[in-house]
Design a protein around this ligand. Structure first.
Ligand code: PAF
Length: 279
C-alpha cells in the first residue's frame, strides 16, 4: 500500500499506472466493515485500487459536525495494509490529501449541482450537502480517472445523485453500489455511530426496526397500511423523514408492484442517522 498526501505526489503515482483499469473507493476515512467491503470488491475486480480519504468541508454546513468528524488516518491505513496483505498481487494507493487546498486550490469557484433529486429527503434539511458531495466526487473522478467507483447503499440518495451526475455529464465511469453492512443488532454501520452513547446506540435501533416493519407492512398489507404505520411511527421519535419511494427515481410510488425503497433519517441524541431497505 502506498500513501500519498499531496496532489502532485498522487499524480506521479497515477501516471505510472498509465492505462491500467482502476477501481476507486472514495471515503471520508474512519473506515468500518462497510468501507472494507467496497475495497474488497474493488480488489477482486481490479489490479489497482485507489482509496481516497478526505473529509470534504463542502458537504457540511456551518452548524454541522465537520470539526468533530472522526479523523483516523493511521488506523485506516493499518486496516488497508492488512487487506493488501491478503491480496498481495494487487496494488493499493491511498490518496489522503493533507489539506483541502489539494482538492480545492485557491480561488476554486465551481460547484456541481445536480437537480431535483438533491432537493428531497436529506437535501431538505441539508440544502448544500449534495452540491458539496457532487463537487468533490467530480473533482476526485477527474484526479483519479477510475474505470469503476464503489459506493455503499446506506447513502442511497447520494448514490442516486452521483449516478445522475455521471449520466448527465457523460463521465466514462461505471458505478457500483454495495449492500449496507450492519452490526449484530441491525444498526447500519456509519462513522457517525462513534458519536452515540450506549443509550443512544439502543435508541438508534428504532431506525432499522421501523424501516423493517414498514417494509414488512408493504409486503403483507400494502401501501395504505404502510403509510398508516409511518404516521404512527413519526409521532414516536424525532424523525427528519420516513418515506416510501420508488427505487429508480426517488419519486412517490404509484402501486406496490413497483421497485420501492423505505428510507429514514432519525435524530438520536445530537446525531442524525440514515438507513434504508429495498423492498
Ligand atoms: O460517502 C462518503 O463518505 C462521502 O460523501 C464521499 C462520497 C466520500 C464524498 O465526500
Amino acid at each position: 500500500m502506498e500513501l500519498t498526501r499531496t496532489l502532485s505526489e498522487f499524480s506521479i503515482q497515477r501516471k505510472l499506472l498509465k492505462a491500467q483499469e482502476i477501481g476507486f473507493v472514495p471515503t471520508m476515512g474512519n473506515l468500518h466493515a462497510g468501507h472494507l467491503s467496497l475495497i474488497e470488491k474493488s480488489l477482486k475486480f481490479n489490479q489497482v485500487t485507489i482509496i481516497s480519504i478526505f473529509v470534504n468541508p463542502k458537504q457540511f454546513s456551518a452548524h454541522e459536525d465537520l470539526d468533530k468528524y472522526p479523523r483516523t488516518l493511521e488506523g485506516d491505513c493499518k486496516q488497508i495494509k492488512e487487506l493488501n496483505e491478503s491480496h498481495p498481487t494487487k496494488t493499493i494507493i491511498v490518496f489522503a490529501p493533507e489539506s483541502s487546498m489539494e482538492i480545492y486550490p485557491e480561488n476554486f469557484d465551481t460547484k456541481i449541482s445536480v437537480g431535483k433529486i438533491t432537493k428531497i429527503l436529506c437535501g431538505k434539511s441539508r440544502p448544500a450537502h449534495f452540491d458539496g458531495v457532487a463537487t468533490v466526487v467530480h473533482q476526485l473522478f477527474q484526479i483519479v480517472k477510475p474505470k469503476t467507483a464503489y459506493f455503499g447503499l446506506k447513502d442511497y440518495q447520494q448514490f442516486k445523485v452521483i449516478s445522475k451526475m455521471v449520466q448527465d455529464l457523460r463521465m466514462p465511469i461505471e458505478l457500483e453500489a454495495l449492500p449496507i453492512k450492519r452490526n449484530n443488532e441491525g444498526l447500519a454501520l456509519s462513522s457517525r455511530n462513534k458519536f452515540l452513547s450506549k443509550e443512544d446506540a439502543q435508541n438508534a435501533l428504532f431506525l432499522s426496526k421501523t424501516i423493517n416493519e414498514v417494509t414488512a407492512m408493504i409486503k403483507t398489507n400494502g401501501l395504505p397500511a404502510a403509510y398508516d404505520l409511518i404516521n404512527k411511527k413519526l409521532n414516536e421519535r424525532e424523525w427528519d423523514y420516513l418515506e416510501i419511494l420508488q427505487q429508480d427515481n426517488l419519486s412517490p410510488p404509484q402501486h406496490e408492484q413497483e421497485k420501492l425503497i423505505v428510507l429514514g433519517a432519525l435524530k438520536v441524541g445530537s446525531t442524525r442517522l440514515i438507513d434504508n431497505t429495498l423492498v
